[in-house]
Design a protein around this ligand. Sequence first.
Ligand SMILES: Cc1cc2nc3c(=O)[nH]c(=O)nc-3n(C[C@H](O)[C@H](O)[C@H](O)COP(=O)(O)OP(=O)(O)OC[C@H]3O[C@@H](n4cnc5c(N)ncnc54)[C@H](O)[C@@H]3O)c2cc1C
Ligand code: FES
Length: 355
Amino acid sequence: MTTTYTVRVEPLGAEVSCREDQTVLDACLREGVWLPHACTHGTCGTCKAIVLDGDIDLGSASPFALLDSEREEGCALLCVARPRGDLVVEGEVDIEDGVEVHPVRDHRGRVVTLEEVAPDVRRVVLDLTRPMPFNAGQYVQLVLPGGDTRPYSIANSPSDPRRIELHVRRHPGGAATDRWIFKDLAVGDEVALSGPYGTFSWRPARDKPVLLVGTGTGLAPLASILAQLGDTAAAAGWEHEVVLYHGVATKDELYDRERYERLQQELPWFSYRPAVSREPVNGRQGRVTDLLAKDFPRASGRVAYLCGSPRAVEDTMKVLMRARLFPRDILREGFFDSADRASGTHVVRSPLIRR
Ligand SMILES: Cc1cc2nc3c(=O)[nH]c(=O)nc-3n(C[C@H](O)[C@H](O)[C@H](O)COP(=O)(O)OP(=O)(O)OC[C@H]3O[C@@H](n4cnc5c(N)ncnc54)[C@H](O)[C@@H]3O)c2cc1C
Ligand code: FES
């Protein structure tokens, strides 16, 4: 029989039940108790918390994301840690105004679209058997045929919570992509998933001009944010400038280009700036970081949403900070994969841990 323990989350004082085989983060998110998290695979360090009382199994926390000294100080990565008795943990539980908490649930969906949108990039659209409310920018965990999971950002508007669109890039030798999504997965297949996850989401309370910067399939959550913004704008008269950069190496990787060029014609506040490093597009050529630095020598007063490979996100963040944008106005989603987990680069240093 599986034993269940009680986890108290401070400073909220909220109590949740957590099975011995369940991670503390999973138990909290399923009960609607929000805690910060990003990769949910023990790699990025975002979910770091202090264990005030009780025994915990630290699980597969990356030694780079949870240092030996932090383990000794009683810290844990709640996305991979499991209880060994009743627990009291302390995390950063602040939720920004306007951001809704949607409890995580298991779902099933049927593949209705499987489309090659760029070399090694597939659009996968799922129809869910029941709605999954989410915030624009959040992601789902797809369950692989062997039971392992991989996170993928949702690319469609939250206004249709029974539909989930994903943009997936193939990783050579990758378990989810090369050996399943790009090989065996077919229209009509049923897939299991859970969600919604993620701290990276549209912040309605930040009433400022917006920079959306995505590299590769990092476009996905930005597409969702833009779709939501389109709905909001139609309803409430949005007026701030929104600039979308899509960074890729070659022109044929600029998927959905026509859609954004059309939107640019239709929406007075929106502009689309492809950033192609190896060839010119519309008379411009360069890495997204270079074009962004050129266009915005001063970026203060804006809010930026960055998404893509952890390295690209980190480099873009540095450019924006040099342009005087405060880190609190730079929201980030790094697409950590197994290689990042093994190498331990791009770990987030939590302010909880004083050095
Ligand atoms: C929050 C979040 C959202 C994401 N959203 C998206 C998205 O919208 N679209 C998208 O395309 N991707 C997204 N990703 C990345 C995605 O989850 C997968 O990591 C990616 O698809 C690769 O999965 P895979 O199973 O195919 O590859 P894996 O089997 O995980 O392998 C990835 C790469 O690492 C190599 N590798 C495997 N194990 C090791 C090891 N031990 N040491 C060194 N190298 C190793 C493999 O050869 C391969 O090249 C997201 C990631 C996160 C964290
Ligand atoms: S969310 Fe736990 S380490 Fe990334």
